[in-house]
Structures are given as structure tokens and as C-alpha cells.
Design a protein around this ligand. Structure first.
Ligand SMILES: *Cc1c(COP(=O)(O)O)cnc(C)c1O
Length: 472
């Protein structure tokens, strides 16, 4: 049965029930209630082309989430599969541990140094964003150790941040649900509040709130002791936390505080990098100058796993010039096949000028369409930044965003809305009652219309359902 199912994925008909049954019997999914999924049955995705996906029932779906924030150049790019195939034929693997290297890794490191902000000339490769953030934890501590500051080990992050799911990644992250399992965070990682204006900006303008939220960093530094703080880490725009776009005053003030205390600034650009915000890196949009940049996801558009850390000159100078082994790395650091995929992916982004397209054309258009969705009776607030956007479902709109009446969380209105979306052929993610998208960067204006029309239809359906259930 397994053989038949495998063959059928490249043909026409798939036995959905059989796949779901095997899935439930053997496959433990990430971030999943196993029991719940086994009862429902997983949706079986079989094919992608451009911004569209097809499931095993032949249903066509607009992928508003780029897979998981990563398929920046869209599905079905033959030139990436060819680059991968050729590299596998030539040299499928060799390690970079004992004084060896490989051509795709060298070419990619060189290419990344070209497209990254000027202070970045070095890169450390991993296979994921989580591993890259683990690398950050060890690298910033080593940076301070090498200079004799052995106490300077604490890293400050933010509540509701997402920095991955390894022990260090989940500790850096600020997700309560993750910390509750497995005794996290590990020592030496502390958290401050997030710059979420909707949640905490009452009675302040966004700009005033941005300064206030950045001020929490200074308070924490003083509480921990400036001589014990190694680094601050943050996503330019928080992704998994719900597309939280900080006020314009936030990042410049964070930068000023990091500079004042000599603290390293780590920008986790796993989502914001590679054109997502209409710049190669989100830091550039917010005018910040990080010392380290975490990347993954969009670097290969998800075709093959790859991540890493861009290491700025401030850190590289110490690590490279002082010498001594950095006792860290992965079997697949600088994997030639993953690097070949990344090189071709970056070539496509450049060739099709996707970064500029998002900045000047489709990003502003997406903003327009989301602003229009903001008029819907169920939507209390809608915003966007480049190619991420979100809208908040509310029970009743108020005169200001802080006067919106919210739904009781236990009703699960976001998940109901997400269900309508999936059933009607568009993927949006629900983070509580905030509905978010991060479309492939290749999405055209016409496809943005198609996506936002479907979203509107599903908002109507959600509204009807809520009325029927008498939740208004
Ligand atoms: C997805 C993500 C990660 C983790 O990347 P993985 O490849 O899943 O390990 C880290 N940071 C951010 C901001 C992310 O969005």
C-alpha cells in the first residue's frame, strides 16, 4: 500500500483515507496535538506551482503563508531542482570540519556577504533557524569570553518572540506554551515585553509606545547588570507571534540602548530576510545595525533546509583574529546541496527583482487591499509591512483600536475563521484572533486580489457563523 501511495503522488489519484491512516499511525507532527489530529485526519498536500497548492482531493489553494513563511520564490521552480540535482550528482555531501570546504558553500558565503549590509563579511552555516540561534547563544558568549568578560553571558529577548524550537531556541523565544514543557527557559536568558501597540499601547500614540517598549530593555539591562548582558535578540517584525509590526520609534531606540551599554544586537531575520519586508533584510527597513543576523527559511525558499548566522565585523574580528577553536558546528554546516539551492534561489530573487517589486509595487498593493479588509464589520484593525499582513477579528469595533470589544479567547474564533479559509481555498494563519498572511514574493496584483477576495468571502462566512452561534 505504501508503494502504491508513493507512486500515486506523482500521478493523479491519491487514496486520501489510506494516507491519513498511515499518517495517524506513524507520523508525529510538529506543534500538534497528536490525539486530536489522529481523530480529524491530516490534510494531504501533494503539489505546488507558483502561489498555489493542491491537496490530495484535487482542491486548489492560494498559499497565503508561503508554506511556513519560506517559499519566497513560489513553488515549482525547475531551476532550483536542477541546481540541486546537479550538485547531488557532483558532490552530494562533504563536511567542512577538518580543514576542507566545498564550492557551493564558498560561493554562497561570498554571495551573502554581497547582499548583506556592509558590516557583514562572514557566515556560519546551519540547517535551520533554531540551530542558527543556538549558534548565536554560543557565539556571543564566546565573543565576550575571548575578551575576558566571562560574566557577560545573559541574553535578553522578548515575550511572544519566536526563535525556534531547540532547547536554546525555545528559551530565547518568549512562548509561554513552549516554556511550560521541558523546564524552559534555560538559565541566562531573560525576557522583556513585546512592542505590541494593540495589546499594551493604551493612552499612548504609537510613537510614544515604541519608546516606552524599548525602554523596557534598558530597565532589564540595569536589573541584570550591564556587565552581565551579552546581547539582545529580536525579530524586526515578530512573525509567529502574530505579525507584530513595531512602532517606528522602537528599533532606533533599541539600537541606541544597545550602543549605550555595548550590548550585541542580534536580528533574527529568519522570516524578515530575503525580501519579505521589501529589503534584503528587515534591519535595513528599520534602520538598525545588528551585529549578528539569523537567517533560514527564505534563503532557499524552503526547497532544502538551510540556515545560518551572518556575523558582523565587530564579532568576526574577535573570533577570527584571536584564534582558538570555536567548538561548535553541525554535520550539515555548509551542506553543498543546500548551498546550491540557496544560490539559485538568490539568483531568482535578483533576476526577477522581487525585493524591489515587494517594496514598490505589490507590497503597497497588499497594504491597500488589507486596509480595505479593515472595513469589514468583523475586523477591528488591519496592517501590513512589505509582504506580511494581519487583521484582528473583534466582536465590536470601538472608536479607537483600544476600544474594540474582543471575543472571549475560549470561543476559538480565529480557528473557526482559519477553517473557513482552508475550506474555501486560501491559507491564512490564526494567532489567537489575529489572522495573518506572508505570501510568496512572486504573488502578482491579480493574485493579491484573488487572495483578498477569498479572505473577504471567508470573513463573511465567519461573521454568519458567529451570528448563528449568537456570539455577537
Ligand atoms: C521559523 C523561525 C525560526 C526557527 O527556524 P527553524 O528552521 O524552524 O528551526 C527562528 N526564528 C524565527 C524568527 C522564525 O520565524
Amino acid at each position: 500500500m505504501f508503494e502504491r501511495t508513493r507512486m500515486n503522488t506523482t500521478n493523479t489519484q491519491i487514496d486520501t483515507a489510506a494516507v491519513q491512516q498511515m499518517d495517524a499511525a506513524h507520523y508525529l507532527h510538529p506543534f500538534t496535538d497528536f490525539k486530536d489530529l489522529a481523530a480529524k485526519g491530516a490534510r494531504v498536500m501533494v503539489r505546488g506551482e507558483g502561489v498555489y497548492l493542491w491537496d490530495s482531493e484535487g482542491k486548489k489553494i492560494v498559499d497565503g503563508m508561503s508554506g511556513l513563511w519560506c517559499v519566497n520564490v513560489g513553488y515549482g521552480r525547475t531551476s532550483i531542482s536542477q541546481a540541486v540535482y546537479q550538485q547531488m550528482e557532483t558532490l552530494p555531501f562533504y563536511n567542512s570540519f577538518f580543514g576542507t570546504t566545498n564550492v557551493p558553500a564558498v560561493e554562497l558565503a561570498t554571495k551573502l556577504a554581497q547582499i548583506a549590509p556592509p558590516a557583514f563579511r562572514h557566515v556560519f552555516f546551519t540547517s535551520s533557524g533554531s540551530e542558527a540561534n543556538d549558534t548565536n547563544v554560543r557565539m556571543v558568549r564566546r565573543y565576550w569570553d575571548l575578551q575576558g568578560y566571562k560574566e557577560r553571558h545573559t541574553i535578553i529577548s522578548r515575550h511572544n518572540a519566536y526563535h525556534g524550537s531547540t532547547v536554546a531556541g525555545a528559551s530565547l523565544g518568549g512562548m509561554d506554551g513552549m516554556h511550560a514543557q521541558g523546564g524552559l527557559p534555560i538559565p541566562g536568558i531573560v525576557h522583556i515585553g513585546q512592542p505590541n501597540y494593540l495589546e499594551a499601547g493604551q493612552e499612548l500614540t504609537p510613537d510614544e509606545f515604541g519608546l516606552k517598549a524599548a525602554g523596557w530593555l534598558e530597565e532589564k539591562i540595569l536589573e541584570v547588570g550591564a556587565d552581565k548582558v551579552a546581547a539582545f535578540i529580536g525579530e524586526p517584525v515578530q512573525g509567529a507571534g502574530g505579525v507584530i509590526i513595531p512602532p517606528a520609534t522602537y528599533w532606533p531606540e533599541i539600537q541606541r540602548i544597545c550602543d549605550k551599554y555595548g550590548i550585541l544586537l542580534i536580528a533574527d531575520e529568519v522570516i524578515c530576510g530575503f525580501g519579505r519586508l521589501g529589503r534584503w533584510f528587515g534591519s535595513e527597513l528599520f534602520g538598525i545595525k545588528p551585529d549578528l543576523i539569523t537567517f533560514a527559511k527564505g534563503v532557499t525558499s524552503g526547497y532544502v533546509p538551510l540556515g545560518g548566522v551572518l556575523v558582523g565585523e565587530r564579532v568576526a574580528r574577535v573570533l577570527v583574529e584571536q584564534g582558538g577553536e570555536f567548538t561548535h558546528g553541525f554535520t550539515y554546516s555548509g551542506h553543498p546541496v543546500a548551498c546550491a539551492a540557496a544560490l539559485e534561489n538568490i539568483r531568482i530573487i535578483e533576476d526577477e527583482q522581487l525585493v524591489r517589486q515587494v517594496a514598490d509595487d505589490t507590497g503597497p498593493y497588499l497594504a491597500e487591499r488589507f486596509a480595505a479588509l479593515g472595513e469589514h464589520p468583523l475586523v477591528g484593525h488591519a496592517d501590513s509591512c512589505g509582504f506580511v499582513a494581519g487583521l484582528n477579528l473583534v466582536r465590536k469595533k470601538g472608536a479607537t483600536v483600544h476600544e474594540n470589544e474582543l471575543f472571549d479567547e475560549s470561543l476559538g474564533v480565529g480557528m473557526i475563521c482559519r477553517g473557513h479559509m482552508f475550506d474555501n481555498g486560501v491559507i491564512m494563519r490564526a494567532v489567537g484572533e489575529r489572522m495573518i498572511v506572508a505570501p510568496p514574493l512572486v504573488m502578482t496584483r491579480a493574485q493579491i486580489d484573488e487572495m483578498t477576495d477569498l479572505i473577504r468571502l471567508c470573513l463573511d462566512k465567519t461573521y454568519e457563523e458567529i451570528k448563528t452561534r449568537q456570539w455577537l
